[in-house]
Ligand binder design. Structure first.
Ligand code: GCW
Length: 679
């Protein structure tokens, strides 16, 4: 049905009489100042919402009391511009102001900004206020994004398969582009704009150079045209060897003049078709992708060459720091830091270094990546994964903003206390102008976009945190629940609690106490701690948990890999001893005996078992909470979530039983009495 498709833009009918009165009194008509595709989109959105909220249109009015006025700063009457001078000083070029003002002598609600896109964001904000059932009185709201590039990364291939995508095939129908424009493209843009996402990388980081051919550039252009009114720029992934594959050159050496010229010409060609093209995202010399190292050149040589090609057009390069090599004996967790820190300050001005939240790979829980804070002279862009590669795909309900928030709030201590990751990312810690946050998309061609109806919350939450990395995940959950389902507190309160706990729950039944990367190799679904036969050692779970009769965990202190040395002193010191290491990271940093006594006086083995058990019990609680919600949710979404939760419960038990039975061989200790016999 429509419900799943409409995401958080349900605009449920306003039934409360008081509220309806307030809204309809305050806004009796709409006046649009000026003209632009983005303004048209804003006006259309108002109409869509009005029909859904109130069953009627919002009439256009030229003047009068209680109208809604939409227009950017320089369209406002001179006097009003003057009156709002200090308000405008509060916002950046994408920011907005929603304020009750006198307009041509009448009381009006004004939505304005310095750009049309600001007006669009303001329009979505006003509609959100209404979806949240906030009264419109003495409106005086202003807001701006704290991060500049808020970008989805689609790992979508040109044949429409999606790497680590679990919601069907790619939504980009390359075969029928540029001639067939699907309504999904518009609705995708609209949904993204509603949460402030302003960029999208259309293609997989494991890139195909075909997308840089003239034929595909036309297809990309068609999408860019759909997205433009919504303020969304398109980016592509650039396969480093494209000059060879596409250009017929003999090399892709970034210091070769012909190669440099090829990329410049390519950029010119793209920008001739797509003047607001965002730039390139590049995965180089990682997991078999070609890169500058193939020619004995560095990541800086590679990134700066591409940066030079797009710079004249205002483009940027997002260069990924996700590198590790099977030939490197160093702990995988240390390799990116070792590789990139020496290059600090050497990247061109229009390069962002894109760093995953943790040093291994999108685990249910990881300590923050030590690169954050360690490269003060390089703008670092956060890469989160919205798609649940290691968190149960689109089958398990896990509210990821909680995970994102945990990383953003971590203190790097690099400039003393309160040097949080959020401050690295928003540029305030070391005064960066270019800032960004990327999220690997969980979107596919499923009718509800994300497969699991609650996957939508992760897309939503990513957008909200990219706009404001200091947002509270509880507020995000609450907004999303109200906008997506209902404002009824009897639904919102228990569901909010359930969402907020869901992340800790998945950690408990998959990888408690700092365990990591013990998923079945290859697909990363389900447990596989026993796997040890892959040619690349660091792809084997045994590499990470190191269970033996002496104990379990990865020693990353000075007696082990010393990955800790990559963190600032307060962290390195604190985590060097198991006694002072937060329990959640215990086995990430320490190899400890099975009978190691933990804070509660019980052994490590006992604690591990009880975490797995708690995880299972918490999923049981989730199913119960959801069962009580039937009356508040449409049948289709209710049934789907019910069935998915049953699978999640079955699989939480699978995780518990598989991991505990496996680890028991090493612990040689009895299974605590609360663990049931495996089915
Ligand atoms: O998480 C791992 C995935 C790969 C992915 C890679 C990356 C796109 O298993 O599928 O490739 O990371 O981020 O580049």
């Amino acid at each position: 049905s429509q419900k799943g498709y409409d995401l958080w833009l349900q605009y449920n009918k306003i039934t409360d009489a008081q509220l309806q009165k307030n809204y309809l009194n305050k806004i009796q008509g709409i006046k649009i100042l000026g003209n632009s595709p983005t303004l048209n989109v804003s006006a259309e959105e108002m109409q869509t919402a009005w029909k859904s909220f109130f069953g009627k249109e919002l009439p256009e009015k030229n003047s009068g009391e209680n109208i809604l006025v939409l227009g950017k700063m320089d369209q406002l009457p001179q006097q009003l511009q003057k009156n709002l001078k200090s308000d405008f000083e509060n916002i950046n070029s994408e920011g907005y102001i929603i304020k009750e003002v006198k307009f041509e002598g009448n009381n009006t609600i004004l939505i304005t900004g310095k750009s049309h896109i600001g007006v669009l964001y303001g329009s979505f904000r006003l509609l959100r206020e209404m979806q949240l059932h906030n009264k419109l009185s003495n409106l005086d709201i202003y807001d701006s994004s704290k991060i500049q590039k808020r970008v989805l990364n689609h790992w979508d291939n040109l044949d429409r398969t999606v790497e680590r995508g679990y919601a069907g095939f790619s939504i980009w129908d390359w075969h029928l582009l540029p001639d067939l424009i699907k309504p999904e493209y518009t609705n995708y843009a609209r949904a993204n704009a509603s949460i402030g996402i302003n960029g999208t990388v259309l293609t997989n980081v494991n890139a195909n150079s075909l997308v840089l051919t003239e034929e595909y550039i036309k297809k990309v252009k068609a999408l860019a045209e759909v997205f433009r009114p919504y303020g969304i720029q398109v980016y592509l992934t650039a396969r480093f060897s494209s000059p060879i594959e596409n250009g017929g050159l003999e090399t892709a050496d970034p210091l070769n003049e012909e190669v440099r010229q090829w990329w410049k010409d390519k950029a010119d060609q793209i920008y001739a078709e797509i003047p607001d093209f965002g730039g390139f995202l590049v995965k180089a010399n990682s997991e078999g992708q070609p890169g500058p190292n193939n020619y004995g050149r560095s990541h800086v040589d590679g990134a700066n060459m591409l940066a030079e090609a797009v710079a004249p057009h205002g483009g940027i390069i997002m260069w990924r720091a996700f590198v590790y090599s099977e030939h490197d004996p160093e702990d995988r967790a240390k390799q990116a830091y070792s590789e990139f820190v020496p290059f600090d300050g050497e990247f061109a001005d229009n390069v962002l270094l894109q760093v995953k939240n943790g040093a291994i790979d999108f685990q249910p829980r990881e300590p923050f990546h030590p690169l954050f804070g360690a490269m003060p002279n390089t703008p670092l862009m956060m890469e989160f994964q919205i798609t649940q590669e290691y968190l149960g795909f689109a089958t398990h309900l896990v509210f990821l903003p909680k995970l994102f928030e945990e990383t953003l709030e971590e203190d790097t201590y690099v400039n003393g206390e309160n040097s949080t990751v959020a401050k690295v990312i928003d540029g305030t810690l070391s005064n960066k102008k270019l800032t960004g946050m990327a999220g690997v998309a969980n979107i596919g061609n499923e009718r509800n976009w994300t497969g699991h109806p609650f996957g939508q919350a992760n897309w939503y939450g990513f957008g909200r945190l990219a706009w404001d990395p200091y947002m509270d995940s509880g507020d995000i959950a609450e907004e999303w629940l109200k906008m997506t389902f209902t404002n009824n507190e009897e639904f919102v309160e228990p569901m909010k609690e359930m969402m907020l706990e869901s992340r800790e729950t998945v950690v408990k039944y998959m990888t408690p106490l700092g365990l990591h990367h013990i998923m079945r190799t290859g697909h990363h679904y389900g447990p596989g701690p026993w796997v040890s036969n892959l040619s690349r050692p660091e792809w084997n779970p045994v590499y990470y948990h190191k269970a033996d009769s002496a104990g379990v965990g990865f020693d990353r202190t000075s007696s082990g890999s010393n990955a800790l040395e990559q963190y600032a002193d307060p962290i390195a010191e604190k985590y060097s001893s198991p006694e002072t290491t937060p329990e959640k990271y215990l086995l990430w940093f320490h190899h400890l005996p099975w009978d190691y006594e933990m804070k509660n006086g019980k052994t490590l083995w006992y604690n591990m078992a009880s975490k797995y058990q708690e995880g299972v019990e918490e999923v049981e609680d989730m199913t119960e909470t959801w069962n009580n919600m039937e009356q508040y949710v449409d049948e289709e979404r209710f049934e789907k979530v019910s069935m998915l939760l049953q699978i999640q419960l079955k699989e939480a038990k699978w995780w518990r039983d598989a991991c505990l039975l496996y680890f028991q061989q090493f612990s040689n200790m009895e299974m605590p009495e609360f663990i049931p016999e495996p089915a």
